[in-house]
Design a protein around this ligand. Structure first.
Ligand code: GAR
Length: 206
């Protein structure tokens, strides 16, 4: 028995790749059955196809409004019997209307040690540039549950990464991915899937 996972992406999809690869190792209690992109040109979609995983696109601009976008997402997720949503470089904020329908069933990876350098406007390279501008010596990644507050849900796992002299946003992003995100996200996904199965088993035995 495994948890049916949808991974939501917008860009290159290296975290998606880490999750797909981890299905042979760390990620045993869940199966990635669907990848949904908010961007029809995202390379992440190609990664999904190469792994034989179904894909879908939900583009806010094409759908006309946040409400229509979230309705479309909800429809695709329900149609596919999804039990856990993993945001892996998904760049569209989800409103309370959506997150309330999935309590403790949406997780996100963020490329800093929350509560530093997070919230609205902090995404991708901007997060790393903000850490460099502030002058912190340690940053990292956080996997957390998603609620209505951007990057504000309960923390599941964190990993610290050193900032080195001469770092640029690009070199730092790469180190945070290699040393933290690509390891932490599959581990946290496995932990959450295990908890979901535990809960399901308990409910099933009552
Ligand atoms: C990752 O660093 C991810 O943590 C970040 O975007 C990158 C996506 O890369 N997400 C955010 O900033 C969300 N606030 P990927 O497409 O190669 O996984």
């Amino acid at each position: 028995m495994s948890v049916r996972i949808a991974v939501l992406v917008s860009g290159g999809g290296t975290n998606l790749q880490a999750l797909l690869d981890a299905q042979k190792t760390t990620l045993r209690s869940g199966r990635i059955v669907l990848v949904i992109s908010s961007n029809p040109r995202a390379y992440a979609l190609e990664r999904a196809r190469q792994a034989g995983v179904d894909t879908a696109v939900a583009e806010k601009k094409a759908l006309g409004s946040q409400a229509a976008f979230e309705e479309r997402l909800q429809q695709i997720l329900t149609d596919n019997g999804i039990e856990l949503i993993i945001l892996a470089g998904f760049m569209t904020i989800l409103t309370e209307r959506f997150t309330r329908a999935w309590p403790d069933r949406i997780v996100n990876v963020h490329p800093s040690l929350i509560p530093s350098f997070c919230g609205e406007g902090f995404y991708g390279l901007r997060v790393h540039q903000a850490a460099l501008d502030y002058g912190v010596k340690v940053t990292g990644a956080t996997v957390h549950y998603v609620n209505e507050i951007p990057d504000g849900g309960r923390i599941i796992a964190q990993k610290a990464v050193d900032i080195l002299p001469g770092d640029t946003a690009q070199t730092l992003q790469r180190r945070v991915m290699e040393q933290a995100e690509w390891i932490l996200l599959p581990q946290a996904a496995e932990q959450v899937c295990g908890e979901i199965l535990g809960i399901t088993r308990k409910e099933g035995s009552e």
